[in-house]
Write a protein that binds this ligand. Structure first.
Ligand code: FAD
Ligand code: UDP
Length: 366
């Protein structure tokens, strides 16, 4: 039996473990945290599915990926529709006719387009080169100033003029009265949470899982004992930072159980001003239409990344991407180790993209 070692029991590693076990590999998964599922980990608290590492809403345009994830859980009909709180003014997200109407009093799509066109003039027809220019080009100056600039600068810890444009393109801009945050065909929250999905992936007689186990505590031995290694940690750490440290953005989560039924009336409220230190408050029960007597909220504070906290977001600007390419080149030149996931591939992947990448890599390499 061929032996495969999986470093990290997050979504990427667990899909790989499941595919390898089905193909007859003997699979060992090591995970440095004390639980499986990585950042999609959820657990039940006060009868509510609690997302420990921030809100996770599943969405995809690909039927194949939707069918794949639905093998492991049934999904509810949750549609993400965050609301932005700018100094007490409430605006619907993503940017759509409800937002434009509240901000400018415009009624029709043509009126909204004309307003944005007028506000875009400051760019003088220039191709957007950074997040600020991209945002103004998409939605105009007013929305940029009230709903984007301060939120983004808090989230990423640097000016919008120094951030890549692609980050803001994650959000739809729509000239309909539709508050759905995603354009994807399929969307929902797994009934019973995400952890069960990963549990089922790892539930196979060929798979053993070791928690509280850091790969770097005994790297040489782990590698020697396996025929193949799938590594889903930070790629720069694997190579001992030889080309330099890639940058990440971290978060601090402040959780609170409240003795009230409904705190904010929505699952996600973004705070888009600069005075509020957190970016958003998540009220977990609203992901599943909960009617419990208590509620749980999480305030999300962006933080600088250091080697002592979690690297939640890769910072895919030019400088970091160039450094990443050096690591990736080195990774391509050997075939025993496969690098995967948000940290192993240094990409701002959502869950659906992680599933696509893991299934593709497993089909090619196993
Ligand atoms: P991870 O979940 O990070 O798993 C990697 C695992 O490897 C971790 O458990 C880690 O502890 C372990 N590990 C690392 N190094 C070592 C080591 N040396 N030894 C042993 N173990 C190690 N996606 C969506 O689709 N929808 C959303 O709404 C959404 N919201 C998000 C909100 C937040 C705040 C964040 C941070 C992400 C969000 N995502 C969302 C993205 C989603 O979390 C990722 O796509 C997914 O979790 C990535 O899976 P992964 O396996 O690549 O990484
Ligand atoms: N964003 C913003 N205002 C908001 C919400 C998002 O300016 O109210 C910007 C911000 O730059 C953020 C990006 O859009 O980093 C992507 O937002 P998304 O909700 O996709 O971020 P994630 O859930 O990955 O943190």
């Amino acid at each position: 039996m061929k032996k495969i070692l999986i470093v990290g029991a997050g979504l990427f590693g667990s899909i790989y473990a499941s595919e390898a076990a089905k193909k007859g590999y003997q699979v060992k998964v090591i995970e440095k945290r004390d639980h499986i599922a990585g950042n999609i980990y959820t657990k039940e608290v006060e009868g509510i599915q609690f997302h420990q590492y921030g809100a996770h809403i599943f969405h995809t345009s690909e039927k194949k990926i939707w069918n794949y994830i639905n093998q492991f859980a049934e999904f509810n009909r949750y549609t993400n529709s965050p609301v932005a709180n700018y100094k007490g003014e409430m605006y619907n997200l993503p940017f759509n006719m409800n937002t434009f109407n509240k901000l400018w009093g415009v009624i029709t799509p043509d009126e909204a387009k004309a307003k944005i066109e007028e506000q875009r003039a400051v760019l003088n027809g220039k191709e957007p080169e950074n997040l600020e220019e991209q945002a103004i080009s998409l939605v105009g100056k007013d929305i940029y100033e009230k709903l984007i600039k301060d939120y983004t600068e808090k989230q990423w810890g640097r000016p919008c003029t120094e951030l890549p444009a692609f980050i803001i393109k994650r959000l739809p801009v729509r000239f309909t009265y539709d508050n759905n945050y995603f354009n994807d065909r399929f969307q929902g929250i797994p009934i019973g949470g995400y952890t069960q999905i990963v549990e089922k992936m790892l539930d196979h007689p060929n798979i053993e899982v070791h928690l509280n186990t850091d790969f770097f505590a005994d790297k040489e031995r782990y590698e020697r004992e396996a025929d193949k290694v799938v590594y889903t940690g930070m790629i720069d750490q694997y190579y001992e930072f030889k080309y330099g440290e890639l940058e990440y953005r971290s978060l601090r989560f402040e959780h609170e159980v409240l003795d009230q039924e409904n705190y904010q009336g929505n699952a996600v409220i973004n705070y888009t001003d600069s005075e509020t230190a957190f970016t958003r408050i998540i009220e977990h029960k609203h992901f599943e239409y909960g009617t419990q007597e208590k509620t749980i909220i999480t305030r999300e504070y962006p933080a600088d990344w250091t080697r002592d906290n979690e690297p939640y977001y890769p910072i895919n600007d030019k400088k970091n991407n160039e450094m990443y390419r050096k690591y990736a080149k080195e990774a391509r030149n050997q075939d025993k180790i496969i690098f995967g996931g948000r940290l192993g591939m240094y990409q701002y992947f959502d869950m659906d993209k992680v599933i696509g990448a893991a299934l593709y890599s497993a089909s090619k390499n196993l």
